[in-house]
Design a protein around this ligand. Structure first.
Ligand code: F0G
Length: 360
């Protein structure tokens, strides 16, 4: 069967009708990859999977929400959209707006966007406006603009974004045959944790799964308003995608945590980089730093004994753990280059090269 994107696949769960023009780049249908190396770290009773959302058309999970938000904007005859973004939302909105023939404005915090994401917004023809300030400042401005001018907000405050993003939880259930026992993910503006939790609950209500996962969210230590219980004025982390001090969906993230019996915790930048390298070197998966946060969280919880102390008999084995990898590594090539040793420049001499390779 031809795959036509998340709206067609899950339309009975989405706010669309025959009248909705479907703007799609065939997003979704991303692989759930067994993580053998990570699985062996935790123990025999566990199966760890990686939901590789970096394989969406613009390289992040945002495309799932953007197809619904832009399709609905089109249905409502909007001609322009705007978002504030740490990068991925701007890349996605620029691409989907281009496909829909709409104007796209993006407000970005000056100097804080990874190169790959910025290049996407530019090449898709968005009007990129860099604001002196952080993401929270940019989002406030975007909200003010959309309250007064005929421009549609496509941040995750737009409920259609959440609707589209929840399809990732449907895919996980469809692949595993049930919901996982635990789901780990990064938390920034907190729309995605809100979307997954909504999706898991709806799928269970419809009888497509019999359980709900514990939602385990992670924020970077220097940008952890939900964990600290207060907005952070100057958030700091190398994971620029989640450098957010006052998440818009704070309340619903806390609900997801509490209703599921999960947690929201922090990981340090060093832990993020260690997970980033481990994913690339041991699992063969290149993600951007913010996406490595879920695996950094998994390693932290494993070290803390969180999984060891579970009442194993209460579970059907193996216990299924899913880590969401939200964005592709090529989004932030500069971070990868900064993390590795620079290649040595050698003479074009076979012996010299073979020696370097360890064969001589
Ligand atoms: N991972 C990546 C790669 C992201 O780009 C984001 C958010 C998140 C995780 C966190 O998701 O905000 O729903 O909690 N990026 C937004 C943006 C803020 O503007 O691209 P969240």
């Amino acid at each position: 069967m031809v795959y036509n994107g998340v709206i067609e696949r899950y339309k009975e769960y989405l706010p669309v009708t025959e009248k909705t023009p479907i703007i799609t780049l065939k997003e979704g249908n991303t692989p759930l990859i067994p993580a053998s190396c990570l699985g062996s770290l935790i123990g025999d009773n566990f199966a760890v999977y990686l939901k590789y959302e970096g394989l969406n058309p613009t390289g992040s999970f945002k495309d799932r929400g953007m197809t619904v938000a832009i399709s609905k904007a089109c249905e409502e005859k909007a001609t322009a959209v705007i978002c504030a973004s740490t990068g991925n939302t701007s890349a996605s909105s620029a691409a989907y707006a281009a496909k829909a023939g709409m104007k796209c404005f993006v407000l970005i915090p000056e100097g804080a966007i990874a190169l790959g994401k910025l290049s996407q917004a530019f090449i898709h023809g968005a009007v990129v406006l860099a604001v002196k300030g952080n993401f929270d400042t940019a989002l406030k401005l975007a909200r003010e603009i959309t309250a007064k001018y005929p421009v549609t907000l496509v941040n995750s405050l737009n409920p259609y974004r959440i609707e589209g993003q929840k399809t990732a939880s449907f895919e996980i259930c469809d692949t595993l045959g049930n919901a996982p026992d635990f789901q780990l993910m990064p938390v920034g503006n907190a729309g995605n944790i809100t979307a997954y939790w909504k999706g898991y609950k709806e799928y269970k209500e419809k009888g497509n799964s019999t359980k709900l996962p514990k939602m385990l969210g992670f924020q970077a230590e220097g940008a952890a308003p939900i964990v600290k219980g207060r907005p952070i004025k100057n958030p700091k982390t190398i994971a620029t995608a989640i450098k957010i001090g006052n998440p818009a969906s704070w309340k619903t993230a806390v609900e997801a945590r509490d209703e599921s019996g999960g947690l929201i915790d922090t990981v340090s930048d060093d832990e993020i980089i260690a997970a980033y390298k481990l994913l690339a070197e041991k699992e063969g998966i290149f993600v951007e730093p913010a996406s490595a946060v879920s695996v950094a969280g998994l390693i932290k919880l494993t070290k803390n004994g969180y999984f060891k102390n579970l009442p194993i008999t209460a579970y059907q084995l193996p216990i299924a753990i899913v880590c969401i990898l939200t964005g592709h590594g090529l989004k932030d090539p500069e971070r990868a280059i900064a993390t590795i040793k620079k290649p040595r420049v050698l003479k074009p001499d076979l012996k010299v090269i073979l020696k370097e390779m360890g064969y001589y």
